[in-house]
Design a protein around this ligand. Structure first.
Ligand code: MRU
Length: 351
């Protein structure tokens, strides 16, 4: 997508195959900073600090990190260690483990001398596939948006599942970008997404860059707007989806889904098939909900009148900061993936 009219991807592998260039998302929306990363430890650090974030993007970034690590050592024991380090960088989004299992499985099938080259090509392939997948999600999502047959559509989204959360296009925002290209009259309610504000800092910035009408609202305003008829549908992304259609996504998703259900507003989840966890079904939850540092809640960063960026304290009380929640399938109207539009109860057939 474009930033100041120049085309970017969130991640690019260097021609010399020993580093990656990322957009440091912790600096947005105040500064657009590109960063070069050259070591496995720096890749892990950038995932944990959320310089790169979003389920599909952390998967692709980890795959590049895996390839970078293999430059120095290609033996099986080392591969196992690298795998463990990367998979534990962030526990909730399944795409990270999915990408690492796939790339490690692939390189283990070739001779050690070829493993580094193969790993790099595999990471590049995952990045390309992510773009194609998201374009398909966008086109299927566009069909859904067209089916409303309304002159103007108000869409609500939560967190950032735009191009910054993927290699390009995004998941939840891909239908929105496609609708804008199709010249539909759309307006996006962007829920700010405390505590890290991925909505107000990232989604709003993306939509601004793309020239799409949007308004930032507090997380607590969504229910009121739904009740007043100001929301036609909700589209969010996902970090992990169970085979029976439960969705793990950014904290606050569950609240929005329940209120949408109560108000008969369609609630869509847009995600690639790689977000479906074949081991996650009914009460079997083979993953951890990430609890992040309390300082994400107690401190807040913003731009001062003199243009400098500063951090201030909101509270000194104890803080609890779960980063994701789980939405039961009954609140979800459809799941949009690269293969089409599915009822949450029919994911088994899709797998
Ligand atoms: O903690 P983050 O910002 O990495 O959270 C992940 C997300 O961006 C969202 O939960 C998103 O809706 C799913 S990823 C496209």
């Amino acid at each position: 997508m474009k930033v100041n009219n120049i085309n970017y991807r969130t991640i690019i592998g260097s021609e010399s195959k020993n580093s990656i260039q990322i957009i440091d998302q912790t600096e947005l929306p105040h500064k657009f900073v590109l960063k070069e990363i050259k070591t496995l430890d720096d890749v892990i650090h950038s995932i944990q600090r959320m310089c790169v974030r979003g389920a599909p993007l952390i998967g692709v970034t980890a795959a590049y990190g895996f390839a970078i690590a293999l430059k120095e050592n290609q033996c099986d024991e080392f591969i196992t260690k690298v795998k463990e380090k990367l998979i534990s960088a962030r526990p909730t989004a399944v795409n990270l483990a999915w990408a690492i299992e796939a790339i490690a499985g692939h390189v283990k099938r070739v001779a050690p001398t070829k493993r580094y080259g193969e790993a790099w090509s595999y990471a590049e392939k995952l990045a390309e596939e992510d773009i194609q997948t998201n374009q398909k999600i966008g086109l299927h999502g566009l069909d859904l948006l067209k089916s409303f047959k309304k002159d103007k559509l108000n869409i609500l989204t939560h967190c950032n599942a735009g191009w910054l959360a993927t290699v390009d296009y995004g998941t939840a925002l891909s239908p929105i970008y496609h609708a804008a290209e199709f010249e539909m009259d759309i307006h996006v309610w962007v829920s700010e997404t405390r505590p890290r504000n991925q909505g107000s800092s990232l989604t709003a910035w993306e939509l601004e860059q793309a020239g799409i009408k949007h308004t930032v609202i507090t997380d607590n305003a969504a229910g009121y707007l739904m009740q007043k008829g100001e929301v036609d549908c909700v589209i969010v992304g996902a970090d992990r989806i169970s085979v029976d259609g439960q969705v793990v996504n950014k904290i606050g998703t569950y609240l929005k889904a329940v209120v949408a259900y109560e108000n008969n507003i369609p609630f869509y989840v847009a995600a690639p098939k790689s977000t479906i966890d074949a081991k996650f079904i009914c009460d079997n939850h083979p993953f951890e909900i990430e609890y992040r540092c309390g300082s994400e809640v107690s401190l807040i960063t913003g731009k001062l009148a003199d243009g400098s960026v500063s951090t201030v304290t909101l509270t000194t009380s104890p803080v609890l900061n779960p980063a994701f929640d789980l939405t039961p399938s009954k609140y979800i109207s459809n799941i949009i993936c690269e293969d089409g539009i599915f009822n949450p109860s029919s994911l088994k057939d899709l797998l």
